[in-house]
Each structure stands twice: as structure tokens, then as C-alpha cells.
Design a protein around this ligand. Sequence first.
Ligand code: ATP
Length: 248
Amino acid sequence: MSDIEVPESHPRYQSLLTRHRIEDGVEKGITSPQGLIAQGRGEAFDYLLGERTLPSVDRAERVAAAHLLRARHPVLSVNGNVAALVPDELITLAEATGADLEVNLFNRTEERIHAIVDHLREHGACEVKGTTADERIPGLDHERAKVDADGIYDADVVLVPLEDGDRAQALAEMGKTELVIDLNPLSRSPQTAAVPIIDNVIRALPNITTHARDLADASSDQLDDVIAGFDPETVLTETERAIRTGGD
Ligand code: ATP
């Protein structure tokens, strides 16, 4: 047994544990009630993908790690679902790649921003951005546009898990290299990403960290070689095919 009353041998253990973390996030004021709906959509796609990381997605995760290591200023964007599901994994990836963490919410409230910052600090994060909100992403309405000038606004590479389509597009239009984690290959966010990662954040973040550690001593040229030739369309097409046919 773990932090919920479900035996680890239960066939839906991981999925039930994940639901429990999201519920807990809502209770603590970290996750918005809409986060429950996003979780449900994600679960459905993960079920269809066979709850596994496909080989093409593993390659995308290696490319994402190379981008984060190669970046001038990488930032990991944190929303309420991600903070509830993978706080430790976010901090570990930030440490492994030298990235900043910034809370960036679709349904932004100051209470929730602070609840997430406190939650990440309790999990060991030193600095968490997102409270200054002194810049705006062009092309979005006021609340959804807010970012930190020395965070996402300045970043050249941004990892955005579970981002909504408009914001993903607006960030891409600012010229940022976007790495999007989303289980739905048909969603607009992964479709606008330089690197679409069609995987559960629960698997994706530790796997990107593993690749980042593996590439830690790589030269800039070697990182560029990992990035070169990556085709986002291939990941979208292969994951959609896997969902439709159940194959790899
Ligand atoms: P878009 O505007 O890009 O079409 P959307 O309307 O599909 O976005 P939401 O309804 O907010 O976006 O859904 C959230 C997205 O996050 C869904 O595509 C869902 O598959 C994905 N998602 C939910 N949970 C996870 C998770 N644990 N890991 C990865 N992706 C997830």
C-alpha cells in the first residue's frame, strides 16, 4: 500500500494513484477544478496509447533534453496539474538542466500561484518564478498573458506540460523553442511545438531527466547533432497511428 488505500498489485494502481494526487491538489488549492477534466482527457489518451512511452516519443524526450541543455535560458512552466502530479520530478529536471521553474496558470489567481510556489518549496525547490508577472505574452488577454520578465518572457527554450493551444501558439510566435508534453497528438499545443512529447508527464519528466544526465558531458556540437533532423510530424503521426491501431 502507498499513500492511497489501493494495493500496488491493483491493475489500475498507477491511474488511481494519479487521480488521488489530482484530487489532493484540488483540495490543497494547487489544482483548479478544470484540472480534473484535463486529467480525465489525459487518462483516456494514455489508456489508448497503452500507458507506455513509444520509441518515437523516447527520441523526442532525448531531443527535449538536448534543447534544455543547449539553451541560453531554459524554463520549465508549471501548472496546477503538473505541480500536483510530479513536483519532485520537476525539481530534479530543473537541477539536471539548469532550468528555471515558473508557475504559469491558465486560470490564474494569486492564491493558487502562491499555493503552488509554496508546494514546490516544500518539495525542495529553491527559486520558483511566476509571482512577479511583470511582462505579457503578446496576443493574449490580460490574465492569461502574465509572465515574469526574467522567466518565461526571457526564455529561449520553454517546456510546457499540458498547455492550452492559444498560449502554446503565442509562445511559439515569440520565437521560443517550445517543448510540449501532452497525451493528445491532435491537440493544438503539441501541434505547434518544436518538440511534441506525446506522453504522460509522470513518465516524460523522469525520462527527460535520464536523457539530460546521459548528455550532461556532451559538447554543443554533439547536442546539436541530437537535435538535428528531428521531425515533430513523425512523432505526431506515429502516436496517432499507435492510438488508432494499438501498435508501435
Ligand atoms: P487545445 O486547446 O490544445 O486543444 P485542450 O483543450 O485539449 O487543448 P485541455 O482540455 O485543457 O486542453 O486538456 C488538457 C490536455 O492535457 C489534454 O490534451 C490531455 O490529453 C492532456 N493531459 C492531461 N493529463 C495529462 C498528463 N498527466 N500527461 C500529459 N498530458 C496530459
